[in-house]
Design a protein around this ligand. Structure first.
Ligand code: AMP
Length: 610
């Protein structure tokens, strides 16, 4: 069948890593996924928001570096790590950079500076949207946003709401390890390949084991520590430097602690390159100053317990996934803190292989989100596609049976077609019911749509209608029905339902197909045998009446008794006896059918000669 569907429209979709410490945004430009830089040329925006004047709506807001700069002067109005609060209820998180209050609306939600976590996150997303629009010089209204693999439904829903508040339609929530694996190009690995994603960022750590299944990464296991990240290393370093100088870090004013931690962070990042570094904090509390030298070895000794905690998580995640380090095809590093040489060494040692360092660890998630956005928007056509059909797609055929055209778990884009015919003579149209599901009978599946396909009237079984299903990279199903005689097409588009089915519904459908497998199969066998019987019985009767002389007595008796057995089995309604009876009738009439064909040929020949 010719491929004459309309071209897919190309959408601009942003890829966004909404991180605990840092965020980034990207888009596909001229076929390449790139991260977009702000006016200062920075591709990473700190996930920090400053709310002037108490944070109620309509007040001054600054995001990113500008917000961080306000931290030492105005620590009570700068919100950082708001991701920790997403989808959380009041009381679930105990510690935060600014006081948390219970929402006044009785919902049990929490507020910081009078705002919900979604509203704060929305400010970060608005800033990313602004950067993207400035760079791309066009409006951006859609995004793929990443979340940790361990985020539950409430946390994912809150992330989606944050996007909407920022004026972005969230076309997909993607898990961070999957995004990272995409950025590292690991989707090119074969089926059943397994990879580990070690993600040590500013505030959190997690290790995920992924497996490629039917072209999509599945998270086999994920373990993490939401209180383990670069910030902890900064605080540990600042604390130990203070202790060395006889200062009690924990009793300092918040602003002084912020100053010292910021200097510790600067020094930490430098120590990833150098062997020793100066720590300088002049007038950190307004009057005192601190200056000292720290070696990389000192730093490594200080952070060893943190690295060990991360390795414990790795061990647990591998055990959960039932995978040994040697079963992995790759280990990738994500998160700015994996730039620390001691972290890289520990990972290499535990997994028994060098981690892949081909991508910027702090940009990999955003890059992966951008790749996914490009695939969904149709701007990255060459990529291996990640989506699969969660359930089978097909149409209803004779007898109310489900006829599958695209089986469940087929990688999209894809297409499949089949030829159908008319059930009755003189029929001039047929109703095509597009179905989704795993059950044998049409009525037990979901109907995605139905439409009338006109065709030239023809004797029973002679009309030819080609039906083709095609799912594009956006998950849009197009159904094309063509009357082969006239070449006339009927095309119907079914949006998104073919691919976007929630996991629970998929689970229910698949579960039912297993629960009812026996009954379903029996009904299919019966229906198919009945259709065959209904075709065979009148044909046999006619043949015996007109050409009964062609077979011997014994054969005739067998045909008649086989036909009686079919009628009886039909009346009894039992699938396997009916199937057997139909097969017997089919076999019994074989010689008669052959003789009929022979006679017809002879007659045709005589006619031609005469
Ligand atoms: P992320 O959340 O992935 O953006 O990671 C941010 C964390 O990475 C912060 O704690 C940074 O201090 C840390 N980080 C960034 N660059 C480096 C570096 N070169 N060496 C050590 N830590 C770094």
């Amino acid at each position: 069948m010719q491929d004459d569907f309309a071209e897919v429209t190309h959408d601009l979709i942003l890829g966004i890593d909404l991180g605990t410490t840092n965020s980034a945004v990207g888009a596909v430009e001229s076929g390449f996924p790139i991260l977009l830089a702000d006016e200062d040329g920075k591709r990473i925006t700190p996930s920090a928001v400053w709310f002037g004047n108490g944070g109620s709506m309509g007040t001054a807001v600054e995001v990113g570096r500008k917000a961080l700069r306000r931290r030492s002067a105005d620590p009570g109005r700068v919100v950082t790590s708001v991701k920790r609060l997403m989808g959380r209820r009041f009381g679930e998180e105990r510690e935060f950079c600014v006081p948390m209050e219970r929402a006044a609306d009785g919902s049990g939600g929490l507020r910081v500076l009078g705002l919900s976590p979604e509203e704060v996150s929305a400010e970060i997303l608005k800033e990313l949207k602004r950067i993207a629009e400035m760079r791309l010089e066009r409006e951006a209204t859609k995004a793929v946003i990443t979340v940790p693999a361990y985020f539950n439904d409430a946390q994912r829903a809150a992330t989606k709401r944050a996007g909407e508040l920022a004026g972005l339609e969230v076309v997909r929530i993607l898990s961070e390890p999957t995004a990272a694996a995409l950025a590292y190009g690991l989707d090119k690995l074969g089926e059943k390949s397994r990879v580990a994603v070690y993600d040590l960022g500013g505030g959190t750590f997690d290790l995920s084991v992924l497996e490629m299944q039917d072209g999509v990464f599945q998270v086999l296991a994920t373990r993490g520590d939401t209180r383990l990240g670069g910030d902890d290393l900064d605080a540990a370093l600042a604390r130990s430097i203070c202790a060395r100088e006889g200062i009690d870090f924990d009793t300092l004013e918040p602003a002084a602690r912020v100053r010292l931690a910021e200097e510790a962070e600067r020094m930490k990042c430098r120590l990833s390159e150098t062997e020793q570094e100066a720590f300088r904090a002049p007038f950190y509390d307004g009057s005192r100053s601190l200056e000292t030298i720290v070696s990389r070895a000192d730093f490594e000794a200080r952070i060893k317990p943190f690295i060990e905690r991360s390795i414990t998580c790795c061990r647990q995640a591998l055990a959960d996934a039932g995978v040994k380090p040697e079963d992995l095809q790759a280990v990738i590093l994500v998160g700015g803190s994996t730039r620390i040489p001691a972290v890289r060494r520990a990972v290499a040692e535990f997994f028994g292989r060098e981690p892949d360092l081909s991508q910027h660890p702090d940009e990999a998630v955003a890059l992966g989100a951008t790749i996914q956005a490009g695939v969904l928007g149709g701007t990255l056509r060459q990529m291996v596609l990640l989506d699969v059909t969660p359930l089978s797609l097909g149409i209803e055929t004779f007898g109310g049976l489900m006829n599958i055209l695209i089986p469940r778990n087929t990688t999209i884009p894809c297409k499949a077609g089949e030829m159908f015919t008319n059930a009755a003579a003189g029929q001039s149209s047929m109703r095509l019911r597009v179905l989704q599901g795993e059950r044998e009978m049409a009525r037990d599946n979901w109907e995605l749509g139905n439409f009338e396909v006109p065709f030239e009237p023809a004797p029973k079984g002679q009309a030819r209608v080609g039906v083709q299903f095609r799912i594009d990279e956006n998950g849009i199903l197009e159904v094309l029905a063509r009357d082969v005689t006239t070449g006339k097409d009927t095309v119907v588009e079914i949006r998104s339902a073919a691919v976007d089915v929630d996991d629970e519904a998929v689970g229910k459908m698949v579960g039912e197909s297993v629960d009812f497998a026996f009954e379903d199969m029996a009904e299919r066998i019966f229906t198919e045998a009945k259709l065959k019987a209904e075709e065979l019985l009148p044909a046999v009767e006619m043949a015996l009446a007109s050409s009964g002389d062609l077979v011997g007595e014994a054969e005739r008796t067998e045909i008649e008794s086989a036909a009686t057995a079919v009628r009886q089995a039909l009346a009894e309604g039992l699938p396997n006896p009916l199937k057997a009876a139909v097969q017997r009738l089919d076999a019994a009439t074989e010689a008669l059918a052959a003789a009929l064909v022979e006679r017809a040929m002879e007659e045709a020949m005589l006619k031609r000669l005469g």
